[in-house]
Design a protein around this ligand. Structure first.
Ligand code: FES
Length: 271
Protein backbone atom coordinates (compact mmCIF):
# COMPACT_ATOMS: atom_id res chain seq x y z
CA UNK A 1 0.00 0.00 0.00
CA UNK A 2 2.98 2.25 -0.53
CA UNK A 3 1.25 4.37 -3.18
CA UNK A 4 -2.09 4.49 -1.38
CA UNK A 5 -3.61 1.58 -3.34
CA UNK A 6 -4.70 -1.69 -1.75
CA UNK A 7 -3.35 -4.92 -3.27
CA UNK A 8 -5.78 -7.82 -3.62
CA UNK A 9 -4.32 -11.16 -4.72
CA UNK A 10 -6.03 -12.86 -7.70
CA UNK A 11 -8.78 -15.14 -6.41
CA UNK A 12 -8.85 -18.72 -7.66
CA UNK A 13 -11.63 -19.68 -10.12
CA UNK A 14 -14.83 -19.96 -8.09
CA UNK A 15 -13.26 -18.57 -4.92
CA UNK A 16 -15.58 -16.16 -3.12
CA UNK A 17 -16.74 -14.93 0.27
CA UNK A 18 -20.34 -14.92 -0.93
CA UNK A 19 -22.67 -17.17 1.04
CA UNK A 20 -25.69 -17.00 -1.26
CA UNK A 21 -26.45 -19.40 -4.15
CA UNK A 22 -24.53 -17.25 -6.65
CA UNK A 23 -24.16 -20.16 -9.11
CA UNK A 24 -27.94 -20.64 -9.61
CA UNK A 25 -28.44 -17.66 -11.94
CA UNK A 26 -25.61 -18.49 -14.38
CA UNK A 27 -26.62 -22.16 -14.33
CA UNK A 28 -30.25 -21.37 -15.22
CA UNK A 29 -29.08 -18.96 -17.93
CA UNK A 30 -26.82 -21.65 -19.36
CA UNK A 31 -29.59 -24.26 -19.38
CA UNK A 32 -32.25 -21.89 -20.74
CA UNK A 33 -30.16 -20.46 -23.57
CA UNK A 34 -28.67 -23.86 -24.47
CA UNK A 35 -32.15 -25.41 -24.70
CA UNK A 36 -33.37 -22.59 -26.93
CA UNK A 37 -30.32 -22.69 -29.21
CA UNK A 38 -30.62 -26.48 -29.64
CA UNK A 39 -34.38 -26.31 -30.29
CA UNK A 40 -34.28 -23.38 -32.73
CA UNK A 41 -31.34 -24.85 -34.66
CA UNK A 42 -33.07 -28.22 -34.90
CA UNK A 43 -36.27 -26.55 -36.16
CA UNK A 44 -34.40 -24.47 -38.71
CA UNK A 45 -32.68 -27.59 -40.04
CA UNK A 46 -35.96 -29.57 -39.92
CA UNK A 47 -37.60 -26.86 -42.04
CA UNK A 48 -41.05 -28.47 -42.24
CA UNK A 49 -44.52 -28.01 -40.70
CA UNK A 50 -44.06 -24.27 -40.19
CA UNK A 51 -47.36 -23.19 -41.74
CA UNK A 52 -51.03 -23.99 -41.17
CA UNK A 53 -53.10 -22.96 -44.17
CA UNK A 54 -55.94 -24.40 -46.13
CA UNK A 55 -59.69 -24.63 -46.22
CA UNK A 56 -61.39 -24.03 -42.86
CA UNK A 57 -58.11 -23.37 -41.02
CA UNK A 58 -56.70 -20.20 -39.48
CA UNK A 59 -53.56 -19.01 -41.26
CA UNK A 60 -50.71 -19.70 -38.80
CA UNK A 61 -47.07 -19.04 -39.72
CA UNK A 62 -44.29 -19.94 -37.28
CA UNK A 63 -42.22 -16.89 -36.21
CA UNK A 64 -39.04 -18.90 -36.91
CA UNK A 65 -39.96 -18.80 -40.61
CA UNK A 66 -41.44 -15.30 -40.88
CA UNK A 67 -41.13 -13.52 -43.24
CA UNK A 68 -41.43 -16.49 -45.58
CA UNK A 69 -39.18 -15.45 -48.46
CA UNK A 70 -38.95 -18.73 -50.38
CA UNK A 71 -40.67 -22.07 -49.84
CA UNK A 72 -41.08 -25.39 -51.57
CA UNK A 73 -44.48 -26.52 -52.83
CA UNK A 74 -47.18 -26.45 -51.56
CA UNK A 75 -46.21 -23.48 -49.36
CA UNK A 76 -44.50 -21.56 -52.20
CA UNK A 77 -47.83 -19.82 -52.95
CA UNK A 78 -47.57 -18.12 -49.55
CA UNK A 79 -43.90 -17.11 -49.93
CA UNK A 80 -43.00 -13.54 -50.87
CA UNK A 81 -40.69 -14.67 -53.68
CA UNK A 82 -42.29 -18.03 -54.46
CA UNK A 83 -40.40 -21.27 -55.04
CA UNK A 84 -36.75 -21.59 -53.99
CA UNK A 85 -34.46 -20.76 -56.92
CA UNK A 86 -32.88 -23.82 -58.52
CA UNK A 87 -29.32 -22.79 -57.59
CA UNK A 88 -30.10 -22.84 -53.86
CA UNK A 89 -29.13 -26.12 -52.17
CA UNK A 90 -32.05 -28.36 -51.15
CA UNK A 91 -30.99 -28.34 -47.48
CA UNK A 92 -31.55 -24.58 -47.16
CA UNK A 93 -34.66 -24.05 -45.08
CA UNK A 94 -36.70 -20.80 -45.13
CA UNK A 95 -35.60 -20.21 -41.51
CA UNK A 96 -31.93 -19.98 -42.55
CA UNK A 97 -32.72 -16.88 -44.61
CA UNK A 98 -34.18 -14.83 -41.76
CA UNK A 99 -33.14 -16.22 -38.35
CA UNK A 100 -29.82 -14.34 -38.44
CA UNK A 101 -31.72 -11.11 -37.69
CA UNK A 102 -33.50 -12.00 -34.41
CA UNK A 103 -30.54 -14.18 -33.39
CA UNK A 104 -28.12 -11.27 -33.93
CA UNK A 105 -30.39 -8.93 -32.01
CA UNK A 106 -30.56 -11.28 -29.01
CA UNK A 107 -26.89 -12.23 -29.13
CA UNK A 108 -25.78 -8.59 -28.94
CA UNK A 109 -28.46 -7.48 -26.42
CA UNK A 110 -26.93 -5.67 -23.43
CA UNK A 111 -28.87 -7.84 -20.97
CA UNK A 112 -27.98 -11.16 -22.65
CA UNK A 113 -24.33 -10.14 -22.94
CA UNK A 114 -24.13 -9.72 -19.16
CA UNK A 115 -25.95 -13.01 -18.69
CA UNK A 116 -24.07 -15.25 -21.13
CA UNK A 117 -20.64 -13.80 -20.34
CA UNK A 118 -21.26 -15.23 -16.88
CA UNK A 119 -23.04 -18.43 -17.91
CA UNK A 120 -20.93 -19.55 -20.89
CA UNK A 121 -17.53 -17.88 -20.48
CA UNK A 122 -17.47 -17.49 -16.69
CA UNK A 123 -15.97 -14.07 -17.28
CA UNK A 124 -16.79 -13.35 -14.49
CA UNK A 125 -18.96 -16.28 -13.44
CA UNK A 126 -20.70 -13.91 -11.03
CA UNK A 127 -19.95 -10.73 -9.10
CA UNK A 128 -17.18 -11.07 -6.50
CA UNK A 129 -16.36 -14.66 -7.59
CA UNK A 130 -12.89 -15.68 -8.82
CA UNK A 131 -12.51 -15.83 -12.61
CA UNK A 132 -10.81 -18.55 -14.68
CA UNK A 133 -8.47 -16.03 -16.38
CA UNK A 134 -6.85 -12.75 -15.44
CA UNK A 135 -6.93 -11.02 -18.83
CA UNK A 136 -10.01 -9.20 -20.06
CA UNK A 137 -9.83 -6.91 -23.06
CA UNK A 138 -13.42 -5.69 -22.79
CA UNK A 139 -15.72 -4.58 -25.57
CA UNK A 140 -13.30 -1.96 -26.92
CA UNK A 141 -11.19 -4.62 -28.66
CA UNK A 142 -11.70 -7.48 -31.07
CA UNK A 143 -13.76 -9.63 -31.09
CA UNK A 144 -16.27 -8.14 -28.63
CA UNK A 145 -16.16 -4.70 -30.27
CA UNK A 146 -18.57 -6.20 -32.82
CA UNK A 147 -21.23 -6.21 -30.08
CA UNK A 148 -21.68 -2.51 -30.87
CA UNK A 149 -23.61 -3.56 -33.95
CA UNK A 150 -26.59 -4.02 -31.62
CA UNK A 151 -28.07 -0.58 -32.35
CA UNK A 152 -28.34 -1.52 -36.05
CA UNK A 153 -29.91 -4.87 -35.24
CA UNK A 154 -32.54 -2.90 -33.34
CA UNK A 155 -33.80 -1.31 -36.58
CA UNK A 156 -34.12 -4.76 -38.18
CA UNK A 157 -35.81 -6.20 -35.08
CA UNK A 158 -38.34 -3.35 -35.03
CA UNK A 159 -39.18 -4.22 -38.64
CA UNK A 160 -39.73 -7.85 -37.62
CA UNK A 161 -42.28 -6.75 -34.99
CA UNK A 162 -44.32 -5.17 -37.79
CA UNK A 163 -44.11 -8.42 -39.76
CA UNK A 164 -45.17 -10.51 -36.77
CA UNK A 165 -48.10 -8.15 -36.14
CA UNK A 166 -49.13 -8.75 -39.75
CA UNK A 167 -48.88 -12.52 -39.16
CA UNK A 168 -51.12 -12.17 -36.09
CA UNK A 169 -53.60 -10.23 -38.25
CA UNK A 170 -53.55 -12.94 -40.91
CA UNK A 171 -54.19 -15.50 -38.15
CA UNK A 172 -57.57 -13.78 -37.63
CA UNK A 173 -58.80 -15.10 -40.99
CA UNK A 174 -59.75 -18.47 -42.39
CA UNK A 175 -60.92 -19.48 -45.84
CA UNK A 176 -64.16 -21.40 -46.21
CA UNK A 177 -65.25 -22.40 -49.69
CA UNK A 178 -62.99 -19.78 -51.24
CA UNK A 179 -64.38 -16.95 -49.06
CA UNK A 180 -62.39 -15.27 -46.27
CA UNK A 181 -64.03 -15.19 -42.84
CA UNK A 182 -62.95 -13.29 -39.77
CA UNK A 183 -62.49 -15.50 -36.71
CA UNK A 184 -60.11 -16.48 -33.99
CA UNK A 185 -58.59 -19.66 -32.68
CA UNK A 186 -56.16 -20.54 -29.91
CA UNK A 187 -53.45 -20.22 -32.57
CA UNK A 188 -54.48 -16.61 -33.21
CA UNK A 189 -53.98 -15.83 -29.53
CA UNK A 190 -50.64 -17.67 -29.45
CA UNK A 191 -49.34 -15.57 -32.37
CA UNK A 192 -50.75 -12.33 -30.91
CA UNK A 193 -49.14 -12.92 -27.51
CA UNK A 194 -45.88 -13.72 -29.28
CA UNK A 195 -45.98 -10.36 -31.06
CA UNK A 196 -46.83 -8.57 -27.82
CA UNK A 197 -43.99 -10.16 -25.84
CA UNK A 198 -41.42 -9.67 -28.60
CA UNK A 199 -42.61 -6.07 -28.97
CA UNK A 200 -42.16 -5.47 -25.23
CA UNK A 201 -38.67 -6.91 -25.42
CA UNK A 202 -37.69 -5.05 -28.60
CA UNK A 203 -39.06 -1.62 -27.67
CA UNK A 204 -37.54 -1.84 -24.19
CA UNK A 205 -34.11 -2.12 -25.82
CA UNK A 206 -31.40 0.21 -24.49
CA UNK A 207 -30.73 1.33 -28.07
CA UNK A 208 -34.42 2.27 -28.48
CA UNK A 209 -34.17 4.29 -25.28
CA UNK A 210 -31.17 6.15 -26.61
CA UNK A 211 -32.86 6.64 -29.97
CA UNK A 212 -35.93 8.36 -28.49
CA UNK A 213 -34.26 10.12 -25.57
CA UNK A 214 -30.67 10.71 -26.64
CA UNK A 215 -29.19 13.81 -28.25
CA UNK A 216 -31.27 16.29 -26.23
CA UNK A 217 -30.25 18.27 -23.19
CA UNK A 218 -33.79 18.95 -22.02
CA UNK A 219 -36.11 16.13 -22.95
CA UNK A 220 -39.03 17.80 -21.20
CA UNK A 221 -39.00 20.46 -23.95
CA UNK A 222 -40.20 17.82 -26.43
CA UNK A 223 -43.40 16.36 -24.91
CA UNK A 224 -43.86 13.73 -27.66
CA UNK A 225 -40.36 12.35 -27.29
CA UNK A 226 -40.57 12.61 -23.53
CA UNK A 227 -43.71 10.43 -23.54
CA UNK A 228 -42.02 7.86 -25.80
CA UNK A 229 -38.95 7.91 -23.58
CA UNK A 230 -41.06 7.19 -20.50
CA UNK A 231 -42.78 4.29 -22.29
CA UNK A 232 -39.47 2.79 -23.43
CA UNK A 233 -37.99 3.34 -19.96
CA UNK A 234 -40.84 1.52 -18.29
CA UNK A 235 -40.34 -1.48 -20.64
CA UNK A 236 -36.59 -1.19 -20.17
CA UNK A 237 -36.84 -1.46 -16.40
CA UNK A 238 -38.18 -5.05 -16.86
CA UNK A 239 -35.99 -5.88 -19.85
CA UNK A 240 -34.79 -9.17 -18.38
CA UNK A 241 -38.36 -10.34 -17.77
CA UNK A 242 -39.41 -9.38 -21.31
CA UNK A 243 -36.30 -11.11 -22.66
CA UNK A 244 -37.04 -14.48 -21.04
CA UNK A 245 -40.82 -14.43 -21.51
CA UNK A 246 -40.48 -13.56 -25.20
CA UNK A 247 -37.76 -16.19 -25.69
CA UNK A 248 -39.90 -18.90 -24.14
CA UNK A 249 -43.05 -17.85 -25.99
CA UNK A 250 -41.46 -17.55 -29.42
CA UNK A 251 -40.23 -21.14 -29.00
CA UNK A 252 -43.68 -22.25 -27.84
CA UNK A 253 -45.34 -20.46 -30.78
CA UNK A 254 -43.18 -22.39 -33.21
CA UNK A 255 -43.95 -25.62 -31.36
CA UNK A 256 -47.69 -24.85 -31.48
CA UNK A 257 -47.64 -24.24 -35.24
CA UNK A 258 -45.45 -27.31 -35.78
CA UNK A 259 -47.83 -29.55 -33.83
CA UNK A 260 -50.92 -28.16 -35.58
CA UNK A 261 -49.34 -28.34 -39.03
CA UNK A 262 -48.30 -31.96 -38.50
CA UNK A 263 -51.75 -32.94 -37.19
CA UNK A 264 -50.66 -33.80 -33.63
CA UNK A 265 -52.65 -30.94 -32.09
CA UNK A 266 -55.88 -29.42 -33.31
CA UNK A 267 -56.09 -25.62 -33.41
CA UNK A 268 -59.26 -24.97 -31.36
CA UNK A 269 -61.57 -22.39 -32.93
CA UNK A 270 -62.94 -19.73 -30.56
CA UNK A 271 -65.46 -18.11 -32.94
S1 FES B 1 -30.48 -4.07 -24.97
FE1 FES B 1 -31.60 -5.91 -24.98
S2 FES B 1 -32.57 -5.82 -26.89
FE2 FES B 1 -31.32 -4.04 -26.93
Amino acid sequence: MSDGQAFFPQARFGQTLRRDHWWVQPLLTFLGLSAFIVYSTARAVHGKHFLVAGDDAQFLLSPFFSPLLFAHAPHNVHAWLGEFPGWMPQWVSPAFLILWAPAGFRFTCYYYRGAYYKAFWADPINCAVGEPRSSYLGEHSLPLIFQNIHRYFFYVAALFIGLLAHDAYLACWRTQGGVEHFGMSVGTLVLAINCLLLGGYTFGCHSARHLVGGGMDELSQAPGRHGCYNCVSSLNSRHMVWAWCSLFWVGFTDLYVWMCASGVWKDIRLF
